[in-house]
Design a binder for this molecule. Structure first.
Ligand code: PMP
Length: 403
C-alpha cells in the first residue's frame, strides 16, 4: 500500500496554505504537482550539463545529448515501445495530435476519407481533425455514447467503411474519469486495416501502458500530467507509420542534407524534432517517470482508485448529487442540484480546495449532457482520504449556503 503522507513530503507546493487553509489540491487531471527530485533535475541540468544537444563535439553537448537520449529510453520503457526511435518528444498531447493530424493527414488522407473520434474527446482531439477537414475535406465520424455514458461499441463498429482511414480516441475521459475499452477498439479497427491513435493524456499517469500489448499505432501523452514539467510530451508511433509520414515542422536537426533545390530528411526520431528540443524538459520527464517507477504505477493506480471509490460513495450521500458516468480511475465529475459549477468552485476555493469547474475542454460532451459544465475532483499519488472528507464537507457547506 502506498503511504500518501510520505509521498507528500516530496512535494514542496503541498505545504502551502490558501486563504489561511491548508491547500487541498484536487486538480490533478489538469496538471500534477512536481516532486523535489524533478525540480532538482531541471535545476541540475542548467547548473551542470546545459549545452545544445546533438550539435557539439564538446563535452557538455555530449553529456546533454546522452541524458536526453537516456530520457527517450526511459519513456520507451515506460510505455512499452519496441524502439526508442519510435518516441518523439513534443510539447504535449496537443502538439502530438496536431503532428499526426498534419503529417498523417498530408501523407495518407484525401477528400472524402473518414476519421473516427468519439463524443467524449478533449478539444485537442477534435479541433486538429476539423482543421484537416477544412483544409482537405476529410469527414469526421463521431462514436455516440450509450445511456450509461460509455462508448457505444455497436455504433462504433457500424461507422467503418472503405473510406475509414484512422481512429483517434481517448483512453480515459478527462471529464468522467471513465476508461474506454481501447484494446477492443484497436482490434476492431485493425480488422478493417485502420490504424488507431490513443490519447493517453489521462491514462499514462494512472494505468500501466504497454503500446505493444494494446497494439496502438500512435499513443500520445503530456509530461506535466505525470509529475514532469510543462512543455514536454510524447508522441509514440509505430516505426512503419512514422517512417512513411511526411515531417511536421521543418528546420534544424530534422534534415540530412539541405540544398536550395532539394532537402533530404533525417532518420527517426529526429525527422519529427525540428529545432532545439526541450532537452531539459525531456531529462526532467525521464526523472519523473523514474520517480513513478520507484513507487510503482500499479500502487499509484490502486491508491487513486480507492480515493475515487471513496469520493463517489461520500458524494452520493449529498442530496441532489449527480455523478457523470461511472468513474473507474482518478477523477470524478459531478453537479449538485442547480448550483452552478463555477459558484461551487469559488466557495471550495475559499476553503483551500482546488478543483476544476466548467467544460474541461470537452464542450461536445457537456452539450450531450445538456449542462453548463461540471465540478471535477481528480486525484494523484499524494492525495488522502482526509482531503476527500474535507471536499465533501465543503460541498455540504456550499449546499447549505445556496438553499
Ligand atoms: N487529451 C486529454 C484527454 C486531456 O485531458 C488533455 C489535457 N486536459 C489533453 C488532451 C491536452 O493535453 P495538453 O494540454 O497537455 O496538451
Amino acid at each position: 500500500m502506498l503511504n500518501p503522507q510520505e509521498i507528500r513530503k516530496e512535494f514542496p507546493i503541498l505545504t502551502q496554505t490558501v486563504y489561511g487553509k491548508p491547500l487541498i489540491y484536487l486538480d490533478n487531471a489538469a496538471t500534477t504537482q512536481k516532486p523535489q527530485c524533478v525540480i532538482d533535475a531541471i535545476s541540475n541540468a542548467y547548473c551542470t550539463i546545459n549545452a545544445n544537444v546533438h550539435r557539439g563535439v564538446h563535452h557538455l553537448s555530449q553529456v546533454a545529448t546522452e541524458e536526453f537520449e537516456q530520457a527517450r529510453s526511459i519513456v520507451q520503457q515506460f510505455i512499452g515501445a519496441a524502439h526508442s526511435h519510435e518516441i518523439i518528444f513534443t510539447r504535449g498531447t496537443t502538439e502530438s495530435i496536431n503532428l499526426v493530424a498534419s503529417s498523417f493527414g498530408n501523407t495518407f488522407l484525401k477528400e472524402g476519407d473518414e476519421v473516427i473520434i468519439s463524443t467524449m474527446e478533449h478539444h485537442s482531439n477534435i479541433v486538429p481533425w476539423q482543421m484537416l477537414r477544412d483544409r482537405i475535406g476529410i469527414v469526421l465520424r463521431v462514436i455516440p455514447l450509450t445511456s450509461d455514458e460509455k462508448l457505444d461499441m455497436e455504433a462504433y463498429k457500424a461507422l467503418f467503411n472503405e473510406r475509414t482511414k484512422l481512429v483517434s480516441i481517448a483512453h480515459v475521459s478527462n471529464v468522467m474519469g471513465v476508461t474506454n475499452p481501447v484494446k477492443e477498439c484497436i482490434e476492431i479497427a485493425h480488422n478493417h486495416n485502420v490504424p488507431v491513435l490513443i490519447d493517453g493524456a489521462q491514462s499514462a499517469p494512472h494505468i500501466k501502458i504497454d503500446v505493444q500489448v494494446l497494439d496502438a499505432d500512435f499513443f500520445v501523452m503530456s509530461g506535466h500530467k505525470v509529475y514532469a514539467p510543462t512543455g514536454i510530451g510524447v508522441l509514440y508511433g509505430k516505426e512503419k507509420w512514422l517512417n512513411a509520414m511526411q515531417p511536421y515542422h521543418g528546420g534544424g536537426e530534422m534534415i540530412q542534407t539541405v540544398r536550395f533545390e532539394k532537402t533530404t530528411y533525417n532518420e527517426l526520431p529526429y525527422k519529427f524534432e525540428a529545432g532545439t528540443p526541450d532537452y531539459v524538459g525531456a531529462i526532467a520527464l525521464g526523472k519523473a517517470l523514474e520517480w513513478v517507477n520507484s513507487i510503482g504505477i500499479e500502487k499509484i493506480a490502486a491508491h487513486e482508485q480507492m480515493l475515487t471509490r471513496y469520493a463517489v460513495e461520500k458524494l452520493r450521500e449529498i442530496p441532489q448529487m449527480r455523478i457523470f458516468g461511472k468513474p473507474d480511475g482518478a477523477a470524478v465529475s459531478f453537479l449538485v442540484g442547480d448550483i452552478h459549477p463555477a459558484d461551487l468552485g469559488t466557495i471550495l476555493d475559499h476553503l483551500g480546495i482546488a478543483i476544476r469547474t466548467g467544460h474541461h475542454c470537452a464542450q461536445p460532451l457537456i452539450d450531450h449532457f445538456g449542462i453548463p459544465g461540471t465540478v471535477r475532483a481528480s486525484f494523484a499519488a499524494y492525495n488522502t482520504k482526509e482531503e476527500v472528507d474535507i471536499l465533501v464537507e465543503g460541498i455540504k457547506r456550499a449546499v447549505k449556503m445556496f438553499s
